[in-house]
Write a protein that binds this ligand. Sequence first.
Ligand code: SF4
Length: 337
Amino acid sequence: MTLPKRVFSGARPSGRQHLGNYMGAIRNYVALQEEFDECLYCAVDVHALTTMTSKEETGEIQQNIREMVLDWLAAGLNPEKSIIFVQSHVPEVMTLHTLLSMVTPMGWLMRVPTFKDKVRQMEATDESVPYGLVGYPVLMTADIILYKAEVVPVGEDQLPHLELSREIVRRFNNLFGPVFPEPQARLTESPMILGTDGQAKMSKTMNNHIELAATEDETAAKVKTMVTDPQRARRTDPGRPWVCNVYKLHHWFNPDKLDEVYRECTAAGIGCVDDKKLLAEGVNTYFSEFRERRREFASRDGYVEEVLLDGANRAGAIAKETIREVEESMGLRLKAR
Ligand code: SF4
């Protein structure tokens, strides 16, 4: 029997999504639904705990899941086609995490490039770093292989993480038999979307983001704050669109106006205030149907909860079967006859 080609991707429940999330992940999620037999999209709430340090932060998880899933649905994730669920709603992932941790050398985990960065960000030391942060790649591997996913959409920067997952799978299969397929990376186009400050990647933490679900006025207000060409001090100065983040965003939201804006900006024919209005209009038009759908889904009582319950049931059925196989292969239970 050949297994269906399964895709898995997880995202931390970060609440309302922004333009960077959309360009980097969500629109790829939507496109993959057309290409593969089965896609699993997971709000990885347990991963979120690895860097949360207070009850105030964890108190936001449920609302953040709801807001993120509403954005996914409004963007076109189809719950009849894809399995949309929350990581902790399928507790088998914790079992697999524990079992995989028995075959994963510590040295592999300490080598992960983002590990040291995270430790630094948390201002932790080797003594105080939480075990969960060290074991993060093992949990990530469990997320993927619990569902025997063969394809994982990743940006180039995430390739080392997936390579580690593949190493863990190879080690497990060598020790206990060929239980898991080695997940393959699917490199997806994920352009770097800079925030309104024009300096850092768009992110909630930097508060330089524009939410997909913002109102038209909120969008315009955010765009108004965007940093443009720093050398263009006066309206009469010619601008340099090639260094300007507003111009970069026109590529996505006003592609038909690129030449005109370039010409007008370099000839000081258009001011930044007017150009920003143009960008805000482009963003608002691009997301107008999205916003309508989102309002509609949000108004349906219990809809998100229903989607997530159905997702957990479907994902749970696959997970139970995998755990049975894993436990049999590791000698933790008798083989079913
Ligand atoms: S006119 Fe537009 S592209 Fe030119 S500097 Fe101002 S905001 Fe940037």
